[in-house]
Design a protein around this ligand. Structure first.
Ligand code: F6P
Length: 333
């Protein structure tokens, strides 16, 4: 972790990177407003690390962030940059930041974003960088919640409610795939809040036999339809493969259907929770920079701001709440 003295930081730049998440705009707004409050000049870098490499950097005024708190996506756009993974890309980015007299960076993103930031700080240790966790996956160590997770879960649960109507009407089994490449947070919360009959997540080994047993137990109790939530990163294969395998084993329902909610989960107006979380984290990122912090992610644990080193945030895995998982299995029966 490096430190840069308060007097050195006059111009900071913010960017969003990786998958967009509802609430990123609320975070940008909080960063701009708190920076202006502290007499800093604030800049927006377009399309994440791509814009840093291309020099796509523009001044942000307080009015530029008016009327965005309720908007999904990111006004700064985003990208998954391959070029920033190379030393040449990072050198170009550094040169552009220096050319624009930028003193410090605020990165809003997930694991890939902070992996890039960690490499950048290793090579340019005099350049302060603070991160804010922005990903619907909620898979970052060092924060109880990431920006966008709550909205994504609300979106998924609304979809499951609708699927429930048609599943019930037709006595059908539905497999509903939600996002989460490496983690089951969205799936678990959707399963609990959506009253699902089962959940398949990367953090737990479940077999087709386990799943069939669970569904048969439900059918014995006169369950005529069921909904199973499948995290995209589960270990049993694609949601279509799983549905086919289960279909070969049971004859309890009139039909088996698959719904992939997909990128619907990434868009939409952020929930009240995400707007407040994003505002708090954006505000705290500026406070952190001014307090001389760098190489850390501002997160929230037990309603308190915590700054976790990037290295920890990207290398430690955030455990699922095992009690919640156990509860979801019991409530699914
Ligand atoms: O990391 C967020 C996320 O939405 C994952 O849940 C999902 O697997 C991935 O991004 C999809 O990324 P893309 O939009 O680049 O296909």
């Amino acid at each position: 972790m490096t430190e840069k003295k308060l007097k050195d930081i006059k111009r900071i730049a913010v960017f969003t990177s990786g998958g967009d998440a509802p609430g990123m705009n609320a975070a940008i707004r909080a960063i701009v407003r708190n920076a202006v409050h502290n007499d800093l000049h604030i800049y927006g870098i377009m399309r994440g690390y791509e814009g840093m490499i291309d020099g796509n950097i523009k001044r942000l005024e307080t009015t530029d962030v008016s009327n965005i708190i309720h908007r999904g996506g990111t006004i700064l756009k985003t990208a998954r940059s391959q070029r920033f993974m190379t030393p040449e890309g990072r050198k170009k980015a550094y040169e552009n930041l220096v050319d624009n007299d930028i003193d410090a960076l605020i990165a809003i993103g997930g694991n890939g974003t902070f992996t890039g930031a960690t490499k950048f700080i290793e090579e340019y240790p005099d350049f302060p960088v603070i991160g804010i966790p922005g990903t619907i996956d909620n898979d970052l160590y060092g924060t109880d919640f990431t920006i966008g997770f709550d909205t994504a879960v609300n979106t998924s649960i609304q979809a499951v409610d609708k699927i429930r109507d048609t599943a019930d009407s037709h006595n059908r089994l539905f497999f509903v795939e939600v996002m989460g490449r490496h983690s089951g947070f969205i799936a678990l919360h959707t399963a609990i809040g959506g009253g699902a009959g089962g959940v398949l997540i990367p953090e737990e080994d479940t077999s087709i036999d386990d799943l069939v047993r669970l569904l048969k137990r439900g059918a014995k109790r006169a369950k005529l339809f069921s909904i199973v939530i499948v995290a995209e990163g589960n270990h049993m294969g694609t949601v279509y493969d799983i549905a086919k395998k289960v279909e070969a084993e049971i004859n309890l329902y009139d039909d088996i259907k698959v719904t992939v909610i997909g990128h619907l989960q990434r868009g939409g107006s952020p929930s009240a929770f995400d707007r407040v979380l994003s505002s708090v984290l954006g505000f705290s990122a500026v406070e952190g920079l001014l307090a001389g912090k760098s190489g850390v992610m501002a997160g929230i644990k037990n309603n308190t701001i915590h700054y976790t080193p990037f290295l920890e945030a990207i290398s430690k895995s955030k455990p699922l709440n095992k009690d919640l998982l156990r509860m979801s299995h019991i409530l699914a029966q």
